[in-house]
Design a protein around this ligand. Structure first.
Ligand SMILES: [Zn+2]
Length: 487
């Protein structure tokens, strides 16, 4: 019906314009003319005119085929690049609750038009999802998982500022089932499984999620190996977490050791026990990396379509030292002043942390694995984990894209991980992810070509969210909103 209406509307416009030699008028539309369109699956298409009408993309046509009347609201796209709005597939509104009120503006200002929240108190993340739904032109699309579904002891139990209460500790199978039903009735978009779950709890969560049509993302539970988690129904893996443990030549021995520790130390705090296991096993596992085993595991992940959100900027945060870059420094000036000072202090203390040889080795291992994952044709989504590890909401996604290119993806393939792929993940591929007629008008206009250099995704000239156009000046104002003198 809508399409028919649009067609009628278009024909009417053509009819009117036929009587006017001055060209076609698109009422209440934004016409971006002579622009190079970046289609994540095809590449660059030059000299296009993109008409945004209402909240949607109404037309994408070669500029030569359209005689636009000067009465239209025309944006000159010459020398500019128009691409779909970006997704950050791994964010936490609830990690620093005091930063959450600034996050919509930060995302929009940096061209992030959709985000996937991968864990936080349900009332808090739902509140931000609802706010986003109520203001679709001024906020990113927000998909939520609700709390991390963890076992006992649970990791993010609220015991320290580094471990805010992002998770629920589920003591039994019944508790897990009850929680899944509750989250589903509250309207979560996916579920997030965490590291302390038992294999039985994990399998139940995955089974129930499948019945409800929800995806289960997560960390591979420490009580399992990657193949069994993937076979049980893990839809996607965050940070490639615990993949190294299964790729080690002594993987079986490591699993036995973990099971023993999970049993004998079940009364420890979850965060402490998890760190202890990681410290004990991660380095050994990376040193015992077994190529044949890794190949076998990746083949299973590809076959089961267990997607990967590698969060490379997170795993390399100490070696990459993003918090020393001028861009990062600028980005935190958009925070409320108290938080800016907090982050500055934190950066100083992190600068003093030693970069151990294993830190470097782990960052290199992560890059190498992403290359193999990509070669095995396992789908990847770009995600950051912001605002963890001083990763600025918005800016950090651009850093992640650059790291995916560093790992071996082409710039266009990297762009796909933050546009088409997340849209597909949520079954929104007909609504988002491309510059295509009928899709939601979530777009970024760039001053430089991101296919030539992925760093150019930062050359933002304008952002379109749900059809609303924000030029550079307006974006700057939005970014500075929390610090503007009027406030
Ligand atoms: Zn996370």
């Amino acid at each position: 019906m809508k399409t028919l209406f649009r067609l009628q509307n278009f024909l009417l416009v053509l009819l009117i314009s036929a009587c006017q030699p001055s060209g076609v008028v698109f009422p209440d539309a934004i016409c971006i003319e002579n622009v190079s369109v970046i289609q994540p699956e095809e590449g660059l298409i030059e000299n296009q005119t993109v008409i945004v009408q209402g909240e949607k993309i109404f037309k994408v046509v070669p500029s030569a085929d359209l005689n636009l009347s000067p009465e239209n609201q025309i944006i000159d796209g010459k020398g500019k690049y128009l691409m779909p709005g970006l997704w950050d597939a791994h964010v936490h509104f609830a990690y620093m609750e005091e930063l959450a009120p600034s996050m919509f503006d930060l995302f929009l200002g940096y061209g992030i038009t959709s985000v996937r929240d991968t864990g936080g108190r349900i009332d808090f993340v739902k509140m931000w999802k609802d706010k986003a739904l109520a203001n679709p032109n001024d906020a990113p699309r927000v998909m939520i998982a609700g709390p991390l579904l963890d076992g006992i002891p649970n990791v993010y139990d609220g015991s320290t500022p580094q471990r805010p209460p992002l998770s629920v500790g589920l003591p039994t199978l019944e508790a897990a089932a009850k929680k899944v039903n509750e989250l589903d009735s509250l309207g979560v978009d996916l579920l997030k499984a965490y590291e302390m779950l038992t294999p039985e709890q994990f399998a139940l969560i995955a089974k129930m999620a499948k019945e409800k049509g929800l995806k289960v993302t997560g960390h591979v539970p420490l009580s399992m190996d990657v193949i069994s988690a993937s076979n049980a129904g893990l839809s996607s893996m965050e940070h490639m977490r615990n993949l190294e443990l299964s790729c080690a030549s002594n993987a079986d021995e490591l699993l036995q050791q973990r099971l023993e520790l999970l049993k004998t130390e079940k009364d420890s705090a979850g965060g402490i026990l998890r760190s202890k296991i990681h410290e004990l096993q991660r380095e050994t596992a990376v040193k015992n990396y077994d190529e044949i085993k890794a190949k076998e595991i990746l083949a299973v992940l590809a076959n089961n379509q267990t997607w990967q959100i590698p969060t490379l900027a997170l795993s390399a945060f100490l070696t990459n030292r993003h918090f020393e870059h001028p861009e990062w420094r600028e980005s935190i000036t958009f925070f409320p002043e108290v938080i800016e000072q907090e982050w500055e202090k934190a950066a100083v203390s992190i600068q003093k942390m030693p970069i151990t040889p294993f830190r470097i080795q782990y960052a290199e291992w992560s890059l190498k694995m992403v290359k193999k994952i990509h070669e095995t044709k396992i789908e990847i989504m770009a995600g950051t984990d912001c605002p963890i590890a001083l990763l600025t909401p918005g800016l950090s996604l651009h850093e992640e894209l650059a790291m995916l290119v560093q790992a071996g993806l082409t710039p266009l393939e990297a762009i796909k991980t933050a546009t088409v792929n997340p849209a597909k993940y949520f079954n929104l591929q007909h609504e988002l992810g491309l510059v295509q007629e009928g899709m939601w008008a979530d777009l970024i206009l760039l001053d430089a070509n991101p296919i030539e250099n992925i760093a150019n995704t930062k050359s933002i000239n304008a952002v379109v969210k749900n059809g609303k156009y924000f030029n550079k000046r307006q974006l700057n104002k939005i970014l500075k909103r929390d610090r503007s003198p009027e406030k």
